[in-house]
Design a binder for this molecule. Structure first.
Ligand SMILES: [Zn+2]
Length: 182
């Protein structure tokens, strides 16, 4: 049986008012939708969505839980990082194209659509989950587990800056304190 293409769409047309639950699994096949993304890969994230539909308003509570991988900012080794987030999004089904384009603060969903494509939103959440600075985990002694060969290659050379001179007044005070302690 051919592998079914993963769907990240939330079907809203025909949904009755009330509470509905949806689940999505984001795996590596998801990343194939975004071939230009090189900041992360191999996501394994479960998304729970609770949708409350009330006429043309849809309130969605998203819960992301899982991990993804990226490269260490120091040595380029692969590092896993958590993807955990909860976010509420309100969407309004709209028949006005201009409104759909302009609305801010919530999603405006064209009435002619029958489902909401969540893939771009999921992608944004994954990318935002990557820490600004991602490093290899520390070992038991609290030291880095970065690749030493790569570190030697990438670490900037010491600039040879001298440390700031100690304030002579403090040095004098320290000397005085030493005398008083005697
Ligand atoms: Zn590293």
């Amino acid at each position: 049986m051919p592998k079914k293409k993963p769907e990240y769409r939330l079907p809203f047309s025909g949904l009755e008012d009330g509470v509905h639950g949806f689940e999505f699994a984001i795996g590596q096949d998801f990343m194939e939708l975004f071939p230009d993304t090189d900041v992360l890969f191999a996501p394994r994230v479960h998304v729970d969505v609770e949708l409350v539909k009330n006429d043309r308003l849809m309130e969605m509570d998203f819960r992301f839980k899982g991990v993804a991988r990226s490269f260490c900012d120091r040595c380029l080794q692969e590092v896993e990082f958590p993807v955990e987030a909860e976010e509420k999004v309100v969407a309004r089904i709209s028949s006005d194209a201009a409104e759909v384009a302009e609305e801010d603060g919530f999603w405006a969903v064209p009435e002619k659509d029958s489902s909401l494509d969540l893939a771009p939103y999921f992608h944004e959440m994954l990318v935002l989950s990557r820490p600004m600075q991602l490093f290899c985990p520390e070992n038991e002694e609290g030291g880095p587990t970065c690749d030493p060969g790569m570190l030697a290659f990438y670490e900037p050379q010491e600039r040879g800056e001298s440390r700031p001179e100690a304030d002579p007044r403090w040095a004098a005070l320290a000397g005085l304190k030493g005398k008083m302690d005697d």
